[in-house]
Design a protein around this ligand. Sequence first.
Ligand code: SAH
Length: 352
Amino acid sequence: MSDPPPPGDLAAILARLIAREGPISVAHYMAESNARYYFSLDPLGAAGDFVTAPEVSQMFGELVGLWLADLWGRAGRPEPVHYVELGPGRGTLARDGLRAMRQAGLAPETHFVETSSALEAIQRKSIPTALWHCDLATLPTDGPLLVVANEFLDALPVRQLVRTPAGWRERMIGLEGGRFVPVAGAAPMDAAVPESWREADAGTILETSPAAAAVIGEVAARLSAQGGAALFIDYGQVELRPGSTLQAVRGHCKVDPFEAPGEADLTCLVDFAKLAEVAEQRGAHCLGTVEQGAWLRALGIDTRAAALARAHPDQADAIAAARERLVGEEQMGRLFKVMGLSAPDWPEGAGF
Ligand code: SAH
C-alpha cells in the first residue's frame, strides 16, 4: 500500500475531485474519510477521540470470551477452531477474551481483519501470535469460526437516499463556497426505496449500508458452511427509522461530519433488523439482538465486578463506575446492541 498524503490534505483532494467531477456520494465521502482516519492514528482511549467498551473495562472482553467458550463447549469442543475479530482496535478485547477462553479450556488460533497499519502495529504488541487479514476472504476454511466485531459495522460507509419534490435521489456531497454540503443527486432512486417509503415527505432521508450487509452476509455464509458463532456489538437501532444518523466524533465531542474529512471518526447507527434478515438469508441462525446492558447482566457482569472489587479493594470505585458505564441505561447499556449469530446446527447462545 502506498502512503496516503497527510490527513489535512484529504479535504483538498475531495474538493478538487468534486470541482472536477461533480458531487460524490455520502458513502464515498465516508469511506475515504474513515480510511484516512484509521490509517494513520490510534483514535481509541482517553487521549484519543473516543472510548470503546473493551477500553472501559476488562470485564467486557472477559464476558465475550466466556460466551464464546460456553457455546463452543456445548457444540462439542470442535478443533481446529478460530477466533476472528473484525476491526480489533488496540487488541484489548482479544487479549481479555482469549484469557477468559483459555481458562475455559479454549485456545483458538487468532485472526484479525484490520485495514489500519497504525492499529495493526499496536495489536501486534498485544497478541503477537495473531494472523492478520485485509478482508474476510482469506480467513481459514478448516473449522468453525468464533467471530467478534465491536464498533466495527458503524464505521463502514453508509448510503443515504433523500426524498426531493421530484422523487428519491442519492444524497451526495457537493461544494458551496469552499465548504462540503449535502445535495441531492441527479439520478432517480425510487426503485431503491421500500414501497412503503416511496411517497414520504420531501427532505426524508433513508440509510442503508451495503458494506455492512456484505460483511454480515459473508460471516453468515461461513458460519453455515464451517460452523461457529458471531457477536456484532454496536450502537444501533432494531427497526428502520428515517433520518441521517451520520455523526463525527473528535476529542470525545460531536463535530460537523462535513468539516474535516479524515480527521474525525465518522459513524452511523447500525440497522440490526436489516442485518439479521441478511444473516438468515445467507444461512445463519440469528440468536437475537438485545441491549448491551441486559446481555452483560445476563452473563454475570455484576458477579464479575464484585469479584474484581474484592480482589482490588483500592479500585472498587473505578470498577463500579466501569460497570455502570457498560450497562447503565443512560450510558452504553441501552444504545448499544448485541446481535448473536450461529451456525444452524449450533446451540443457542446465553443472554439472548
Ligand atoms: N473493536 C475495537 C475498535 C473499534 S474502532 C474496540 O472496540 O476498541 C474500528 C476498528 O475497525 C478499527 O480497528 C479500524 O481500524 C477498523 N476498521 C475500520 N474500517 C475497516 C475496514 N473496512 N476493514 C477492516 N477494519 C476496519
